[in-house]
Design a protein around this ligand. Structure first.
Ligand SMILES: [Ca+2]
Ligand SMILES: [Ca+2]
Ligand SMILES: [Ca+2]
Length: 204
């Protein structure tokens, strides 16, 4: 009987797993990275990323602390896809600017608390255009790979219901906060279930 229940559980989980790309391993730091597509606000991306677990490793929105890491994300076929594919245009990262920061470039931080020393801002960014506080990938490239742009929470600052949606986000799984293996599948399943892409609103 137990075997039947386990088999049913595996069958239920299989379609979810099959629909997701396998996170990509970066040997330089032992972390895994995963691109997740969907129209999401930064807050939704942030809470979803931090609910994800892979190989017993806690996920978080990606933190990019070196040119090598930025290049890895840009050029990896399963993440950025390389310069021609440009898959991660307007994808969220774990960069944000706490309220009260000096604009346009003060206070930039990573969700993990890692030092925000490296950057690959596009020319003229960050510009705090109409109030922007979250870091997403821009359309262009430098020698370091994808350029960055500060992006807003609202597409229209005069309309608090007009949420700004990115095209998706990148999760980084690192070894700093391992969780017990038995919970991994359940947590991963719950993490995926909690990710319900919202309908994209028109950006004004
Ligand atoms: Ca990182
Ligand atoms: Ca800003
Ligand atoms: Ca900007």
């Amino acid at each position: 009987m137990k075997k039947v229940i386990i088999l049913i559980l595996l069958m239920l989980l299989a379609p979810i797993g099959a629909a997701m790309a396998t996170p990509v391993y970066w040997s330089a730091n032992g972390h895994y990275y995963e691109r997740i597509d969907g129209d999401v606000t930064w807050d939704e991306a942030n809470s979803n990323a931090s609910s994800q677990v892979y190989m017993g490793l806690q996920g978080h929105l990606v933190t990019i602390t070196s040119a090598a890491e930025n290049l890895f994300l840009t050029n990896n076929a399963d993440i950025g896809g390389g310069e021609d594919l440009n898959l991660i245009h307007l994808y969220w990262t774990g960069g944000f600017q706490p309220a009260g920061s000096v604009e346009p470039d003060g206070g930039w931080s990573w969700v993990t608390g890692e030092a925000f020393t490296y950057n690959n801002w596009a020319s003229g960014e960050p510009n705090d255009y109409a109030g922007e506080m979250y870091l997403g990938f821009d359309h262009g490239f430098t020698a370091d790979g994808k350029m960055w742009n500060d992006l807003p929470a609202l597409s229209d600052v005069d309309d608090p219901t007009s949420l700004y949606m990115g095209n998706g986000f990148i999760v980084e799984y690192d070894g700093s906060t391992p969780v017990p293996e038995p919970g991994t599948v359940l947590l991963l399943g719950l993490g995926l279930l909690s990710f319900i892409p919202l309908k994209k609103k028109l950006i004004k």
